[in-house]
Design a binder for this molecule. Structure first.
Ligand code: PGA
Length: 238
């Protein structure tokens, strides 16, 4: 796991969007693992701009998203909706090539990813509690795609997208930690000082209390953090 400190969220988005675009150029039928949330938004915006400017086609690209809410009454809050709005509808990807984990028989998702040849590049954010996808603290490191319950902290964090906290779904279907670890390359993005604690814990070695710490065992993971996180961690040492 390689941690890189970059000046700003915008710079990180430039770097990560460049990596996505260069992979699609190198391997037009690549498999991308994608994340939702506020963190990757700028990256997706830049992917859209660069795909247009550089005439890069996503026609043969297949994507597998990390997770989707269960029992979500609000369509606009679904991760499918988020991805359509913020990426898929703005590039030439075929909708049938964009996948989300199924509510029934979640483990079939792992098989589907495998049968496509595996994820070439997985994009991740991180929760304040150290979760990746909806793998909350305590999730076994060998978990495959499964139904998960959201922690109180996550429900509270995600309530900013809803009218009230009661609307936030309590469950989701998510890639497991072992699913994520099978990706050939992983990029985790963390920006803003409220992610500092999770990043600090993640870099202290393997611990199921910080699910993202599993990435210490991955041989091709880059973690991009911004200066706000660096400054926050440094301030604890003074
Ligand atoms: P965020 O979510 O990008 O909205 O901060 C990250 C996550 O919970 O994984």
């Amino acid at each position: 796991m390689n941690v890189k400190i970059i000046d700003s969220a915008e710079e990180i988005a430039k770097i990560v969007s460049d990596r996505i675009i260069s992979l699609v150029k190198e391997k037009p039928d690549c498999i991308l693992g994608l994340a939702t949330g506020s963190t990757p938004l700028q990256t997706y915006q830049k992917v859209i701009e660069k795909a247009k400017k550089q005439n890069v086609s996503f026609l043969k690209v297949r994507t597998f998203n990390l997770d989707e809410y269960l029992d979500n009454p609000i369509k606009e809050q679904s991760y499918r909706y988020f991805m359509d709005e913020n990426l898929f509808d703005k590039i030439d990807i075929k909708k049938e090539n964009t996948h989300f984990p199924p509510f029934e028989n979640p483990a079939a998702y792992d098989e589907e990813i495998l049968s496509c040849g595996g994820i070439d590049l997985q994009i991740l954010g991180i929760g304040r509690d150290g979760h990746i996808a909806f793998n909350e603290p305590g999730t076994p490191f060998d978990s495959m795609t499964h139904i998960a319950s959201l922690d109180e902290k996550t429900i509270k964090d995600n309530s900013r997208f809803f009218e009230s906290i009661d609307q936030v779904p309590k469950k989701a279907v998510t890639m497991g930690l072992a699913t994520i670890m099978k990706a050939k390359e992983i990029i985790l993005i963390a920006t803003g000082k409220n992610k500092a604690e999770a990043i600090y814990k993640m870099t202290q070695g393997l611990d199921t209390k910080t699910p993202a710490s599993i990435l210490n065992k991955h041989n091709n993971t880059t973690v991009y953090i911004d200066n706000d996180i660096r400054k926050e961690i440094e301030s604890w040492k003074q």
